[in-house]
Design a protein around this ligand. Structure first.
Ligand SMILES: C[S@@+](CC[C@H](N)C(=O)[O-])C[C@H]1O[C@@H](n2cnc3c(N)ncnc32)[C@H](O)[C@@H]1O
Length: 279
């Protein structure tokens, strides 16, 4: 069997098992297994695949067919053009979140902000991206759970920037003692209503509940940010958060007493972000 035939058979297997982007996933898994980029994969399409290689590919396909996210199988996923380590225990960075990171980068640069907090940092995709693009700012990345923290530290080490600090802390308890006040707060917190979690897509079920669970009504983290974090901002300080569908209006109301807020749409046209400046 050739590599090309192997991938074609892999795509068929994934399609039969209801995987949405079967052809893409089959190719990505082959690139990962054979350590090839897209061009090399094309050039080596006629190469013969050994029975051991076929078995290893089959094992990956079976895990994917069982719902394990492609990103966890690959161990890395790109965010704003940079690879981030991912795996069970941490939320996979989503494409819409790139817009939030870009908003922060522009705001930090335009306003010359110096102290950024990424609350509920997960992989660190937002905070590390901002830190890399804004070397004059110091970025604190707060994460509570060990599972996510392991990936956060691994990503921080890979970025090797002089202006980041990873802190294990509970965002619901406010600013940890001894840390400076923020002048920009960014967060993509857990925002799904607890009762909705069991009904989520199969792949999402592999992600940690702690990354998803926004409490009974989904607003626990936005309330904590409104009450404990936004008052720390100086006049002219900024905040930006990502929200679930249908949540931005309520989040803007929660932030309203402290911030002048705007609701912004994501790349799919869905109202998704609340941004604002301290009044
Ligand atoms: C929705 S994920 C977002 C991760 C990352 N910011 C991103 O955009 O991909 C939320 C993260 O918050 C973390 N988390 C949950 N409860 C927390 C808490 N009380 N304090 C700090 N982090 C928390 C979870 O472990 C998870 O990594």
């Amino acid at each position: 069997m050739t590599l090309r035939e192997l991938i074609r058979a892999g795509a068929e297997y994934l399609t039969e098992n209801g995987v949405e982007d079967a052809a893409f996933d089959a190719r990505q898994l082959a690139m990962f297994l054979f350590s090839l980029n897209g061009t090399a994969l094309l050039l080596q399409g006629d190469r013969t695949v050994s029975p051991e290689e076929q078995a290893a590919y089959r094992a990956l396909l079976e895990r994917r067919a069982a719902g394990e996210p492609l990103q966890y199988l690959l161990g890395q996923w790109e965010f704003c053009g940079e690879p981030f380590f991912v795996g069970p225990g941490v939320l996979i960075p989503r494409p819409e979140t790139e817009q939030l990171a870009q908003w922060c980068i522009e705001t930090v640069r335009d306003r010359g902000l110096k102290c950024v907090y990424d609350l509920c940092a997960g992989t660190g995709c937002i905070g590390l991206t901002v830190a890399k693009s804004c070397p004059a700012a110091r970025v604190y990345l707060l994460e509570l759970y060990d599972g996510a923290l392991a990936y956060l530290k691994q990503n921080e080490a890979a970025f090797a920037l002089p202006n980041t600090a990873v802190i294990q802390a509970d965002v619901l308890r406010g600013l940890p003692q001894g840390l400076p006040a923020p002048d920009l707060i960014v967060s993509n917190p857990p925002y799904i209503r607890a009762e909705e979690i069991p009904g989520l897509q199969k792949e999402v079920g592999f992600e940690p509940v702690a990354a998803l669970d926004g409490g009974g009504d989904g607003y626990v983290f936005y309330r904590a940010i409104a009450e404990q974090w936004l008052p720390l901002l100086p006049k002219g300080g900024f905040a930006a958060v990502e929200c679930g569908e249908g949540q931005p209006e309520t989040v803007a109301e929660l932030f309203g007493p402290t911030l002048e807020c705007a609701v912004e749409k994501d790349l799919y046209g869905v109202p998704r972000f609340v941004t604002g400046a301290r009044l």
